[in-house]
Ligand binder design. Sequence first.
Ligand code: ZN
Length: 312
Amino acid sequence: MSFQDRTITCSDCGVSFVFTAGEQAFFAEKGFTGGPKRCPQCRVKAAALLIERFVKQFDEEGQRVLEYAQAEARSLEHRWVGTEHLLLGLLRASEGVAGRVLQRLGVELAETRAAVDHWARGMPDGAAPRGATPPQESIGLAQRARVAMELAIADAQARSRERARPDDLLLALLHGQDESSPGRGVAAAVLNGFGVTADRVRATLAQVLAEDAGAAGPEHPYRLAGAGQWEEATKSISQWREQRRQGRRYSLVLPEELFQEVERLAERQNTSVVELLRRFTRLGLFAMQLQERPDAALIVREGGTERQLMLL
Ligand SMILES: [Zn+2]
């Protein structure tokens, strides 16, 4: 889709501002329909008031999650709090019910943050949320994130609870199929990409709540993860995770003289040491020590000293 710059008059302060093509692409991605009514300054003010209003309707744990979400958006230099930042907020509140549910489903803060960053970097030019504007004191609120908070609050009220909890918010993040519903947002795409569906969250949540209440959880709570709600994004996140995990599976330690031998061989064959080692590693040759490590590295050992070369 191609966008063209538009001039809009702010409904709050009456100042004219340009709604750039890049911003339009960004808005479309974030699930906004139409254009902004307010200028960037008034928009930030309105969003701050809105977030403030939502915060009051969450319990203490939920309020912490919303604070974390805003901090995550700021530290990633994103201009909006989106569903992805709400998810990061839930993960940071790791002691809470929602945080524990996510951990049990294998969703980790660092990996999720990397997935969100990966997602943001993949945005088209001009629409990138990163560093596109100078850091602001307060940041906006994306449509789907707003809907997620509204859903969480409505759900809590329907269950006769005064305030919404983080687990209400977690379920809300996976809700709905419409273009503007949270279920079509980045958080849902990341969770689905990690194989986490609304059904699995519901089942695990029931289990964690039952354990907290002192009762035994159901024995086989999971249904297999179904097809993602937003298939292309789900597939892309899932592939990204797979590649990332493959890329860091092994460490290979080899003595300096062996390394030099490989280096000479690589030169003769007009290839690189890494490429050559990849072949050898596959065959199981030369690998003196292969082990699961957080990062893949080729460790060259000479006497008592070691130096590391990244394999990727
Ligand atoms: Zn204005």
